[in-house]
Design a protein around this ligand. Structure first.
Ligand SMILES: Nc1nc2c(ncn2[C@@H]2O[C@H](COP(=O)(O)OP(=O)(O)O)[C@@H](O)[C@H]2O)c(=O)[nH]1
Ligand SMILES: [Mg+2]
Length: 231
């Protein structure tokens, strides 16, 4: 029943865009899942836009969007506005999270509003710097917000589209929206589930990780204020 909207934010992904989109399509077709793939670029300066537009022209299940301003949250909102299915799954263009997450999340979204793919619970081949950065954030968000999950990165996450539409205003321009939506779902007593995912992340991040960490902590304080006012 239904189908899935897979959304992938892309920033200067000329090396992986075509190859990994095709890998994803093959996988979805083998698993007989009805789908669309929404690729959203924010200000890519390499051949991403040209390649994305070509993919869109040659495959009806693929749509490519491009805007100038940076920000994965903005890209996520564009995908949401255009999503045609009731379930949305976010992936990264490097497909670092195992594709097996997709059919699992697809099924779980029948019963849950949010499915968090968690790299900490699965096997991860990631640098120690990234692991430690992630762990301290997880610990502090648990302490401050009472959230008991282990991964709020953007890739490997599933959402019911209707829930996203109803809560669109809490989707920030950058990367805070996963934890903000999780907190929102918990406050509304909606069901959230975390499942382990295998993750092989062996290329340099597209994000400035120091800036990213500062932004996340800054937003955590805002979330704390928001959570208090909901009590
Ligand atoms: N649209 C958009 N996508 C971005 C931006 N920054 C990163 N991405 C994409 O977000 C996804 C995750 O990036 P990646 O570098 O693999 O993240 P990490 O490995 O988790 O640090 C990839 O598909 C990137 O192309 C951005 O500013 N805008
Ligand atoms: Mg990556």
């Amino acid at each position: 029943m239904g189908g899935i909207t897979i959304n992938i934010p892309v920033y200067n992904e000329e090396a992986l865009l075509v190859q990994n989109t095709k890998r994803l399509m093959d996988f979805l077709e083998k698993n007989r899942i009805e789908y669309e793939i929404l690729l959203v670029s924010n200000g890519s300066t390499d051949r991403t836009i040209e390649l994305g537009e070509k993919l869109q022209e040659t495959h009806e299940q693929i749509r490519f969007f491009s805007i100038d301003k940076k920000g994965v949250g903005i890209a996520f909102r564009i995908a949401l506005t255009n999503a045609k299915y009731e379930k949305m799954i976010s992936m990264d263009m490097d497909l670092a999270v195992s594709l097996l997450f997709i059919p699992q999340a697809y099924r779980l979204l029948d019963d849950y509003t949010i499915v968090l793919g968690s790299k900490v619970l699965g096997n991860q081949k990631r640098s120690i710097f990234r692991k430690l950065g992630g762990l301290s954030y997880i610990y502090i968000s648990k302490l401050l917000l009472g959230l008991n999950y282990h991964d709020y990165s953007i890739g490997g996450k599933g959402f019911r589209t209707q829930f996203l539409r109803e809560n669109q205003k809490i989707i920030d321009d950058e990367t805070n929206y996963v934890i903000a939506l999780t907190l929102c779902a918990k406050k509304k007593n909606l069901k959230v589930i975390e499942i382990p995912v295998e993750c092989v992340d062996n290329r340099a991040s597209r994000f400035n990780l120091v800036r990213e960490a500062l932004y996340r902590y800054y937003m955590l304080i805002n979330l704390l204020k928001a959570a208090r006012s909901l009590r």
